[in-house]
Design a protein around this ligand. Structure first.
Ligand code: ADP
Ligand code: ADP
Length: 242
């Protein structure tokens, strides 16, 4: 099985934390890392959207905040994240995409990993990669995004336009803008990043753990550099007891 090969081939990876503003490419890169190393991508945005879809009390709280591009309060997230990280597929490592997003979340995560992972399994210490992309490029990436409501296919009117303006290439359905990609919401999300998530970058920089990377180059080049960072980090890790 492909997954088994990834597991035995790569052993202990540890946590991989992707930092960067909305649109920096965290989701894009997380998928590549997950496929290569056989570890799960954990996106707090996806977990929260799932809570919203299931109509849980967390989902009801989070929805209005997410719709206007704000940050869901820290205390509401910890139980959800802890529950996900305790699942068996996280034992060899996992990729966090969109968490931590505040300095308090970063402190909570360190304490959680220390208590629940490093004591028990000698898991590798986290690799923290910061994807750096300038503001204008982020705006184009985010506000240009369109999706097809029937097949979910994604387009970008600046970088990957559909063949006929505004219509899906496959079935001609009019493309839509997801609510959180409307310009005013994008601006709010970028402002929330500046105010709340920049301190997370400083938190990891102060610990000497931050690996800044230019995210404004072809996605495959970013991926190759990330693999290089993870591979060299991993060579210092002990195996996780099965
Ligand atoms: P994030 O998870 O950080 O918000 P995404 O991975 O969702 O970012 O990427 C946001 C948008 O930018 C997507 O439309 C994606 O296709 C595009 N994108 C991602 N990486 C690159 C890249 N290196 N160059 C150009 N566009 C990119
Ligand atoms: P992005 O495209 O900005 O990476 P996500 O899909 O990660 O968006 O997150 C969508 C929304 O979910 C955010 O705008 C925010 O409201 C909420 N959210 C996700 N992760 C967190 C977090 N770690 N802390 C607070 N709010 C979060």
């Amino acid at each position: 099985m492909a997954n088994e090969t990834a597991r035995s081939g790569y052993g202990n990876i540890g946590p991989v934390i992707l930092l960067g503003p909305p649109g920096a490419g965290k989701g894009t890169q997380a998928k590549q890392i997950a496929a290569r190393y056989g570890i799960p991508q954990i996106s707090t945005g996806d977990l929260l959207r799932d809570e919203v879809a299931r109509g849980t009390s967390l989902g009801l709280h989070a929805k209005a905040i997410m719709d206007r591009g704000g940050l869901v309060p820290d205390e509401l997230l910890y139980g959800m994240v802890a529950e996900r990280l305790r699942q068996a597929d996280c034992r060899r490592g996992f990729i966090l995409d969109g968490f931590p997003r505040t300095a308090a979340q970063a402190g909570w995560l360190d304490a959680f990993l220390e208590k629940e992972f490093f004591d028990k399994s000698q898991m590798c210490s986290p690799v923290v990669i910061q994807l750096v992309v300038d503001y204008t490029q982020l705006l184009l990436r985010l506000t240009g995004r369109r999706s097809c409501p029937t097949d979910g296919r994604l387009y970008n009117i600046h970088f990957q336009p559909p063949r006929a303006a505004g219509l899906c290439d496959v079935d001609g359905t009019p493309l839509i803008i997801r609510d959180d990609y409307r310009e005013e919401v994008v601006t709010a999300r970028l402002a929330a990043y500046e105010a709340r998530t920049k301190p997370v970058v400083e938190y990891y920089r102060a610990q000497g753990r931050l690996v800044p990377m230019n995210g404004d180059q072809p996605a495959a080049d970013v991926t190759a550099q990330i693999f290089g960072v993870i591979d060299s980090h991993r060579s210092n890790c002990k195996p996780v007891a099965e």
